[in-house]
Design a protein around this ligand. Sequence first.
Ligand code: NI
Ligand code: MN
Length: 227
Amino acid sequence: MPRITFHSHSCFEIVGAGKRLLVDPFFSGNPLAQVGPGDFGKLDAILVTHGHGDHIGDTEAIARATGARIISVYEIAGYFEAKGLNAHPMHIGGGREFPFGHLQWTIAHHGSTGPGGEALGNPAGFVLTIDGKKIYHAGDTGLFLDMQLIGSHYGPLDLALLPIGDNFTMGIRDAVKACEFLKPALTVPMHYNTFPPIEVDPQDFARQAEAAGHATRVLEVGESLEL
Ligand code: NI
Ligand code: MN
C-alpha cells in the first residue's frame, strides 16, 4: 500500500513499490514547509506538474543531491536536461510504465511559465498507479468537465489531490464539484494557506464535500496516510 505524505502546498511524497517519489517539491520560500531540499536521501523520481515557481520549486537542487529522475511534460523535462539533469519527457495524454508504477498525464487549465519567464509548455496533472492504487494529482487547475473522463477512464481513483485555495485554482465550491466528477474514494485538499491570496479553511472544504457524499481527509503538514 502506498504511503502519501503532505509537505504543504502541492508537494506530496509518495512511497510505494519500493520507490520514493516527490511531487512539486516547493520548500525554499514556502512558509509552511517543514522539510528542506536536503532531507531526501534516497529518491527515485520527481514529478513536476507545471513551470510555476511554487511547483518547480527545489526540483533542481533535490535532483542534483539525490540523482532522482525528473519526470514532467516535454518542455519542463528539456528545461532540466539543459541544466545537465536526468529528465524523462512525457506529455498530456501519454502514459507509460516505470519501475514505481504507471504514470498517465492529464490536462490542467492554468499557466506554465518558468521561474525566469521561460515558456514551459502546458500545465498538467497525472494519474499515478502504484502498488495497485490510483492517485490523481490535479496540479494547478480550474474545474473542468473532463474530470469525469479522468475518473471513469483512468480510475476508479483511490485518492484525488485537489487544489482548493481559489484565486489561482479551483476554490472550495469547484473542488467539491470536482469530487462529483472524479468520484474518488478519498480526496485530500492542497494548494491552500501557503500565501495570503490562497487562504481558505480546509475544514470548510471537508464539511461541504462530506455533505455532498464525498470522503475527505485534511492532512497536517508532515502528516501521512496509507491507501
Ligand atoms: Ni501554478
Ligand atoms: Mn501554484
